[in-house]
Design a protein around this ligand. Structure first.
Ligand code: FAD
Length: 513
């Protein structure tokens, strides 16, 4: 069975970039770019993709002024690039503009599900980066705008949102004009649109933010009707980039698996991604982030039920961190240790991703978040089965320690921000009620099921691995019971099942490298 399919394809109006094509595309382009840096495993990126595609399709005609692109930070070949652009969370948006042959990178854009608001939002962001006012002129080259005093005066009597509306409309006007091959355009006759006012050389169009404005289609048809105005040809460069991308989309093959087992390959691949990619997007660790990383390292060094070279690596990392009295550590120093390739020294963590129990039927599904759940369930169970492992760590008398460290890890480092927010809400609500290590196992199980329930039917659900209340009766018949015809869980049996399922004895080493 072949696996294929990414979040974006050549059928979409977005330009699909990667580490090989991005610089060439941006540096050879006369237009500005808005890029979405996403992660194909991130549920919110999966849910958000239709919005970004719709936006790209909506502003496709603006290509000479602005292009919409995407880049997948979960692809191994893009890791370094995403680090270079300081992408820590997904999706992240960046605006690029070429000025004097240098690529200027601008800050984030807020995300919004509604495409019309999104257009306005990113255009507003563009406006805040524009150079200060020089004249009353509005230049349409590369979306450079300037506002005249009369314009500001005109709007100073109005509420602030009119200013946003102004920048939105003006940039729309600008982008619309740019697609036409004409230098001088006369203003549209005011009689046609009574709300359309001329202030200095800037056209202002006042409308209620809640009502759809007709400016765009009006202006487009107005411009087309002018004598001597022809549409510019769209560039071919995107087509070339798309083809490059498709050629490079390798199709992986399905690995056979037994769903009742845990796979070491998932745990190790997850650990590799966590240590070398997710954490590595943070250039330095200090304060609460450093404390979380140190505590997390102690936890995995003591409880990760791994193979000897991996455990040795984790122990060495933990000892090294404890011995460092620094309150700020560059992550590259940590990476140097983690990247130790010397199997001979007895410590090694493969940098090859091999999802088995966590593989998806399509490339963007499952993978890393699945391995993260698996890791933390395993740690809650290990803490209950082997309490002696935490002796002398300062964690031994704390039944909630795995959950607390997981909570802080997710809060500081997990790339999917909306997932982190949801998890934090659940933690705040009830994590403190956990009193024993067994309750910690059950707490995480319940919360994971709450997430499964919320995500059932979402675009991030893999049809081959539906979001069900887990374990299903075929896995654990005794976990289910019926009281007066109503389904309920037998929590004693669930606990026994989880302790068995997430135990060292249930781990398969198939596909490990
Ligand atoms: P997963 O849910 O990842 O489960 C992995 C494996 O764990 C399953 O295959 C099964 O063997 C086992 N399992 C399933 N349920 C349980 C359970 N109740 N107890 C113990 N083991 C179980 N995605 C979003 O789109 N929105 C979110 O808000 C969101 N929040 C998340 C919060 C956290 C902390 C994490 C780690 C992930 C979150 N995700 C979220 C991702 C999402 O939960 C899934 O991980 C992702 O969709 C992949 O799903 P999956 O099919 O691999 O199964």
């Amino acid at each position: 069975q072949a696996r294929a399919g990414k979040l974006y394809s050549s059928q979409d109006s977005v330009v699909i970039l990667d580490s090989k094509t991005i610089k060439k595309a941006l540096l050879n382009s006369s237009s500005a770019w808005v890029l979405e840096f996403y992660s194909s495993w991130c549920g919110h990126c999966i849910n958000y993709a239709p919005t970004w595609k719709a936006l790209a399709s909506d502003v496709k005609d603006w290509e000479p002024a602005i292009k919409i692109g995407v880049l997948d930070c979960a692809e191994e070949t893009n890791y370094e690039l995403c680090k270079e652009y300081d992408i820590r969370f997904y999706p992240s948006f960046r605006f690029f503009k070429l000025e004097e042959k240098k690529l200027l990178l601008r800050s984030d854009f807020r995300i919004n599900r509604f495409i019309c608001v999104l257009s306005a939002c990113y255009i507003n962001s563009l406006q805040s980066f524009l150079p200060p006012l020089k004249s009353q002129e509005m230049s349409c080259s590369q979306l450079t705008l300037s506002f005249s005093t009369p314009t500001s005066a005109f709007f100073s009597q109005k509420k602030s949102h009119y200013m946003c509306v102004l920048s939105f409309v003006v940039v729309e006007v600008c982008a619309q004009i740019l697609i036409f091959d004409s230098q001088i355009l006369p203003p549209p006759p005011p009689s046609v649109t009574p709300n359309f006012k001329k202030v200095g050389s800037v056209f202002c169009f006042c409308f209620s933010p809640n009502r759809q404005h007709p400016l765009r289609s009006y202006l487009s048809s107005y411009l087309k009707s002018l004598p001597g105005v022809k549409r510019k040809l769209l560039s071919q460069e995107n087509v070339a980039i798309k083809h490059h991308k498709e050629e490079n989309n390798a199709i992986e093959t399905w690995k056979t698996l037994d769903r009742s087992l845990l796979y070491m390959s998932d745990l190790e691949s997850g650990l590799h991604y966590l240590l070398r990619v997710e954490l590595a997007s943070h250039k330095t660790l200090e304060g609460a982030e450093l404390k979380t990383f140190k505590d997390f390292t102690i936890l995995i060094a003591k409880l990760f039920p791994g193979r000897q070279p991996v455990v040795k690596l984790l122990e060495t990392l933990q000892e090294w961190l404890v011995s460092l009295p620094l309150d700020k550590i560059p992550y590259n120093a940590i990476l140097d240790l983690v990247n130790n390739k010397m199997r001979i020294s007895g410590m090694f963590l493969s940098n090859r991703i091999q999802w088995v129990g966590c593989q998806g039927s399509r490339q963007q599904l499952r993978g890393y978040p699945c391995s993260l759940w698996t890791l933390f369930h395993t740690l809650t169970v290990q803490a209950a089965i082997r309490p002696e492992a935490l002796r002398n760590t300062g964690f031994e008398d704390n039944p909630r320690v795995v959950l607390q460290i997981m909570r802080r890890y997710i809060q500081h480092f997990f790339g999917c921000r909306e997932c982190a927010q949801h998890f934090e809400e659940m933690a705040e609500e009830s994590m403190d009620s956990v009193k024993t290590v067994d309750e910690a196992i059950l707490w995480l199980w319940k919360k994971h099921n709450a997430v499964n329930k919320r995500l059932a039917g979402a675009p991030s659900e893999d049809p081959e691995f539906p979001k069900v209340q887990w374990p299903t009766p075929d896995f654990c018949p005794a976990c289910h019971k019926s009281i007066k015809g109503l389904h309920t869980w037998n929590e004693d049996e669930v606990l026994k099942f989880l302790k068995r399922h997430y135990s060292t004895e249930n781990i398969s080493y198939k596909y490990t490298v």
